[in-house]
Design a protein around this ligand. Sequence first.
Ligand code: AMP
Length: 415
Amino acid sequence: MFKRVRGTQDILPQDSLSWQEIEEVSRRIFSLYGYQEIRTPILERVSLFNHSLGEATEIIQKQMFELVHGKDHLVLRPEGTAAVVRAYLENNLDKKSQTSKLFYFGPMFRAERPQKGRLRQFHHLGIEALGSLSPYLDVEVISLGARLLKELCISGYHIYINSLGCQDDKARLAKALRRELKSRLPKLCPDCQNRYHRNIFRILDCKNSGCQKEVGSLELKQGRLCSACTQHFRAVIEGLESIGVSYQLSPYLVRGLDYYTRTVFEFRHASLGAQDALGAGGRYDNLIGLLGGKELPAIGFAFGIERILLARGRKAAPKNQSLVFVITLGKLAEKKGVKLLHSLRANNIPADTDYAGHSLKGKMRQANELGVRFCIIVGENELAKGMVSLKDMATGEQNEIKQDEIVDYLKSKVT
Ligand code: AMP
């Protein structure tokens, strides 16, 4: 038997209802905040991500699922932001309006070592707001994330927030870190010794306790942002406070990718264990310029749908309360059943039947398993009289109704 690829998941019918619910709630909230959907291809050019995420990042170093086809060097997209910015520029959305507010859903691919909450194909729901540097847009984006989790009945998470500053601030911080950490290098874990040369910011959020101790003794909190970035961050914090969004300042939160500038944030949920990030994002004020557009600032986030599902816990699949189940007994009745099903559905009444040739008992069991509200039973007797029997599965009551009245009768009950 063939097995699915490690680190991928089948989403079965009983689970897909939860997925639909997450998408429906997200769509409603995104549109409440003025975001419109964008769908970009899963296949992109490798160069797009090499150019934007940073050569030294973990994604580029070891997590890209690359495909070489003829002269094309492609990749299954590892994240959404670079792809959305590519589409935004390629389709001239930057010329159409001052600020573009976009949302997306879709699979992302990273060749990681699978574990709980960490897959090789997982799904993002994300937003990108492009074209504005207003700190109040940061407030909107973060508060939208909080609202989304509220609507999805997820509590018990914390929002961590930091400002990396602009490119100049980042360059200064990298230099200071290099200076400060040089003598402590032997005390850092092997990964961080590597990061020192390739991606020094990642040392700040290393989970190794020895590295955390070294990082904790650095004096980085004061005065590392320029005055414009300090003001920006203050306005974000004050904005969040003014609308009652709780947050924790996290001076060592850096995020993995090169393109982040200024505000960065993460939503973490303790119930998720080692992979505790539900969602994360930040500003990327230089990425649009880097990908060939004008120098336009932007901000976005992405939540992992699988992690949202883990944080929500398993919910019982809802019963199919609006479905009508047609039970036919005998060849003639079966033919009548085809027409009946057709006219129920033509009147937008969800309806189904048994195609496996079960006995009456088996058909009733199937109806019970589906959790339907009504069964229509068509047997030889009913057929001869021009009637059908209607069984209300909630009360157990059964009545005969004229064949040509049944659809109208049910229309008033289930639609
Ligand atoms: P990132 O693009 O790494 O900031 O990821 C944003 C969100 O996507 C994270 O907070 C997770 O919820 C989710 N995520 C990232 N990587 C994975 C993965 N390998 N498996 C499952 N979810 C992931």
